[in-house]
Design a protein around this ligand. Sequence first.
Ligand SMILES: Cc1cc2nc3c(=O)[nH]c(=O)nc-3n(C[C@H](O)[C@H](O)[C@H](O)COP(=O)(O)OP(=O)(O)OC[C@H]3O[C@@H](n4cnc5c(N)ncnc54)[C@H](O)[C@@H]3O)c2cc1C
Length: 581
Amino acid sequence: MSEPSMNRRQLLAGATGIAMLRPGDAAADRIRPSDRRWPNAAAWEALNRAVEGHLIKVAMPSLTPASLRNPYFIGDQPGMTQTSGWVDAWMSTPSVYAVAAQSTAHVVAAVDFAREHDVRVVIKGGGHSYQGTSNAPDSLLIWTRGMDHIELLDGFVPKGCDGVAPQPAVSVGAGAIWMHVYDAVTTKAGRYVQGGGCTTVGVAGLVQSGGFGSFSKNFGTAAASLLEAEIVTADGAVRVVNACSDPELFWGIKGGGGGSLGVITRLTLKMHDLPDWFGGAFITIAAASDAAFRRLVGGFVDLYRNRLFNPYWGESVEFRHGNVLAISMVSHSLDRQQAEDVWRPFLDWVGESPRELALVREPIIGSIPARQWWDAAYRRQYRPASVKFDDRPGAPADNMWWTGDGDQVGWFLHGYESAWLPASLLGQQENLADALFAASRHWSVGLHFNKGLAGGLVAAATRTRETATNPAVLDAFALAIIGAFGPSAYTGTPDLAAARRDARAVGAAMAELRKVAPDAGAYVSESSFFQSDWQRAYWGTNYPRLRAVKARYDPDGLFFVHHGVGSEEWSDDGFTRVNGR
Ligand SMILES: Cc1cc2nc3c(=O)[nH]c(=O)nc-3n(C[C@H](O)[C@H](O)[C@H](O)COP(=O)(O)OP(=O)(O)OC[C@H]3O[C@@H](n4cnc5c(N)ncnc54)[C@H](O)[C@@H]3O)c2cc1C
């Protein structure tokens, strides 16, 4: 190990007693290819041998319009991320080298190399980070995509937890993505696992985010169902962590954010019973005037409070800037008739004002057997409009994604903010409706009901309370998300003036919501790159405990991400910015 870096990384004990790094350390000061201490060819060759030939030089692939629309193509590229950048924040930039890890031993070799040579290391699974935390210029990438083994276990007992009753679980490699896990667990085995809504998101990234799926009001966050993980820590040790072994580290990876505490190589998640039905309601209503739209917002808030604020309904609605309400909600355990009964009074109410409110298209309300929800063959035959498929020759048949997620593939972010809205607001319906209406004057506002656990099952909340996510999630009826984006920056040059204008409008819209929810927290993986007071926003009262985990398992700050645990001690995140800013 090089001595100068040892000195720069020397730990200081802070007033809190938690070990801290000196400002200016870590990412920005890690050695770069231009540095004379950059590892020489022989050192890289030694790493290549240690990882059995899986060290690769990273370059951008050649791109076609079709490949840029395909999240599976992007996920298969070591040099790309699903978001192409964020104005004034970061631009997707390939690493210099990547270890395309196939085993835990490869990850250990990469971690040891990064530590010993003081090179910047980043970790990438599904590549969906909005904040750009899975890419960095001049870095060594640990790319887990190839570690995608999935195994169903009938009677799993976490290591060292003798006496704990065996339970059904699924064990997945860190590179697995949710679509393939759903295929194995639900479509093929008729069970349920709590993952994310977007099918191409990585399992390890989502679990560390906390992470929500459409049915989280019923099952909790993805992190809440984690039973055990294997993780390589900064010292190169391979640890099997669970409630009985290294319990603080186990707790920390359940929502503490990816890329800060070590490299996860395997995760074991609880399998739940699958309900009979999953379904949805897709309704779009246009209002003829601002006044009519304000009335519509109020009508929906009333409906939500009285009919939808329960474990059965998740996903989202959007109050659009152009006076349109777009409802895309999903249901759980309700058959078609039960779902229609919920919506009938609201649709009748809309129908009473034909000059003010109009259905943009025929509403779709229905249910399908839950086992078919992620069944690619079923979707291809009976619900082709709801999904897109990876059409590359030889692509697995279950490589599908929701049509509604298509806009996000390769997008360039202009602005993005989130806020957990407390359920107490449902007791002030007029104030809430006023705030939503006022926000929608600036930009379209989404409410994601499955990303706030109030109104859900008690068991879901109880499990989630045992994670590092901001406890505000338990009291929130929804996560408000306001986002703006433009076309991919991989092939075009972003319109920076327009992007900054959009970002201001997003900020103004969120400011309206903060008038009624001034202390709202934000979801770590779907929030602003420029989030102020991010430690409190993401983790609330859990943050000091997370800092203690960081100090114990990564005292020298080998793992570093923007707004990650402990990163406030570093002055520069080392990103490439638009215009080199
Ligand atoms: C199109 C899209 C849809 C989304 N939908 C949802 C959704 O439905 N629900 C939801 O809750 N969130 C959603 N998100 C947010 C997403 O869950 C998070 O960004 C998540 O962290 C992505 O994980 P990943 O592995 O795909 O991404 P990556 O960018 O690869 O990883 C995310 C972070 O985790 C770290 N990481 C990845 N693998 C490991 C590992 N093995 N060990 C340690 N650290 C690791 C990375 O370094 C990075 O910091 C969505 C994001 C996008 C872009």
